[in-house]
Design a protein around this ligand. Structure first.
Ligand code: HEM
Length: 517
């Protein structure tokens, strides 16, 4: 008996020793890698070296000024910037073309690190990190189905606007951003998951709030020292909230996936529906791989809803600040719809002034002053000898969209700016809303440029068409400018800004046939 006990304890102590050695090696190699990275980055100036609680608060209000300080210190070279939980190396935009397709610079690893993708609750970030299904579904499947999404959105838009704003025989007041969020989330759900999800209040709430709550949870976790995060995330209310939301998402999405599978099997593997949606896109992209549909749907909602809402919000605020554009756009819609008689991709393509207005609004409000975040998978030396050490997190910036040497009077809204540029020979396609370039990269640029931008463009145009044909819009009496919300190096449309609207009789019935004057 005692021999067996002795044997057991000897095996246990050997296993214990082995585990101890493995942990020590892992810790040592982690510390060595961090030390190596800090040493390699130390040659670059740092814009904000102190990064305590007070500095984090200061960054939220003065991010742009701190970024500018970095630019001045670096004199055309990269510099370090503390933002969120870890420092990033900000590379000047002159390197964009050189790095845009460099596979050694990974996008998803950056997102995974910033959003704690290994913790439960942050599941939507892990989908985009671990699998290509989500990206492929948007890039290939949605793009192929793009033509078929136009008419359903056009048909739904008046209904959604009626629900969100309703008839207004006199001026009515609303807070714009929440109203837009509701419109975009409904229309997106219609295309991504069908009518039942569009009308499901639980899905509407989760698909909008998960993004906001995940950002809050990441922020809360960031306030804790890194070694404590694996434990505190279980107790933080913000993290608990997103775990609950993921569970609700699974309860809503999985039965729908099961129902579709059953229907498919009963129909001999042929879909009964003509129009396929994101469940089908994900299945096709997965090519038999196992994955979690609810995570994929949350990732899709996260990529699509707030980005599109913010773009529409900025555009509407630019329009009420420059109201002469409402009639110019109505004139264009009337002419193009009279020519085409229905909403197709080609009809939307002809709305060239609207395309220009949307792009100009995006240029003026680039969402973030630094973008194209990546993590270096290996040591990289750029053509001029600049080095990016392995594991470094980089971003490009500050963006060139507000540079007056590229865009004359860059701080002014000029709705015709890209319309005129497109009219110059050879530039027809260069300055479209969906075209990305080193100068205009709100959608990113290169290999990871947003694959959903073609869909976003159509959705934005169709919502805008209906909003401006069926309503007049203006700022409250006495107000001419909107103060937008700055958060670090990011900017979003003022979420408290009120706006007034009133029903109007459209010159053309864009929901159907052309009204003869
Ligand atoms: C106006 C609205 C939108 C904006 C401003 C926007 C912006 C962006 C940006 C900045 C990126 C990262 C690009 C980079 O780092 O190079 C991105 C990636 C992505 N976006 Fe969008 N987006 C929008 C709408 C959408 C929509 C509607 C969808 C889906 C239908 C979508 C799906 C994606 C996906 C899947 C990626 C990841 C691409 C990859 O991993 O390579 N986005 N988007």
């Amino acid at each position: 008996m005692s021999t067996i006990l002795d044997l057991n304890s000897s095996v246990a102590s050997k296993v214990g020793l082995a585990v101890g050695v493995i942990i020590t090696i892992a810790l040592a190699s982690h510390l060595f890698a961090s030390f190596r990275l800090s040493r390699a980055l130390a040659k670059y100036p740092i814009a904000n070296p102190k990064w305590g609680p007070a500095e984090k608060v200061e960054f939220t209000t003065s991010g742009a000024a701190i970024l500018q300080k970095g630019v001045e210190m670096a004199k055309g070279r990269p510099f370090r910037l503390n933002d969120k939980s870890f420092p990033r190396l900000v590379l000047p935009p002159k390197y964009i073309d050189e790095i845009k397709n460099d596979k050694r610079l990974a996008f998803h690893e950056f997102v995974a690190k910033e959003f704690f993708s290994t913790y439960p609750g942050f599941d939507a970030f892990s989908t985009s990190v671990n699998q290509t299904i989500f990206q492929d579904a948007v890039r290939t499947q949605l793009t192929q189905a793009l033509g078929m999404t136009v008419q359903p959105i056009a048909k739904e838009a008046p209904n959604t606007l009626n629900l969100v704003y309703g008839p207004a025989s006199d001026w009515k007041e609303t807070v714009l951003t929440p109203a837009l969020l509701k419109s975009v989330s409904r229309v997106s759900a219609l295309i991504f998951l069908g009518e039942s999800f569009m009308n499901n209040p639980d899905w509407q709430r989760i698909s909008v709030m998960y993004t906001v709550d995940a950002f809050m949870a990441a922020k809360a976790l960031n306030n804790w020292p890194a070694p404590l995060r694996p434990i505190v995330h279980w107790f933080l209310p913000e993290c608990r909230k997103i775990r609950e939301e993921v569970k609700i998402a699974k309860d809503l999405v999985q039965p729908e996936v099961d129902r579709r599978r059953k229907e498919l099997a009963e129909n001999g593997g042929k879909p009964r529906r003509k129009v396929l949606d994101s469940v089908d896109w994900f299945s096709a992209s997965a090519k038999g791989q196992d994955f979690d549909y609810a995570n994929a749907e949350l990732s899709l909602a996260m990529a699509a809803i707030h980005t599109t809402t913010n773009t529409l919000g900025f555009a509407m605020f630019d329009l009420v600040e420059n109201p002469e554009y409402f009639d110019l756009l109505r004139e264009e819609i009337k002419r193009v719809f009279a020519e085409e008689g229905k909403w197709e991709k080609s009809t939307l393509f002809k709305l060239r002034l609207m395309d220009s207005v949307l792009k100009e609004s995006m240029r003026l409000h680039p969402h973030s002053l630094v973008n194209m975040p990546r993590q270096a998978k290996e040591d990289i030396t750029l053509s001029d000898g600049t080095t990016i050490p392995k594991k470094a997190f980089i971003s490009m910036g500050p963006v060139l969209m507000k540079d007056s040497s590229i865009f004359p009077h860059a701080d002014k809204f000029d709705g015709h700016r890209f319309f005129n540029l497109r009219n110059s020979p050879g530039n027809e396609n260069k300055h479209q809303f969906v075209t990305t370039s080193p100068e205009c990269n709100v959608f990113g640029h290169g290999h990871h440029a947003c694959p959903g931008r073609f869909f976003a463009s159509n959705e934005l145009k169709l919502l805008l068409v209906h909003m401006i044909m069926y309503y007049d819009w203006k700022l409250p009496e006495g107000q001419t400018k909107v103060q937008h919300s700055k958060n670090g190096v990011g900017e979003s449309p003022n979420s408290r800004q009120k706006i007034l609207y009133k029903s109007r009789k459209p010159e053309v019935d864009v929901t159907g046939s052309v009204t003869k004057a």
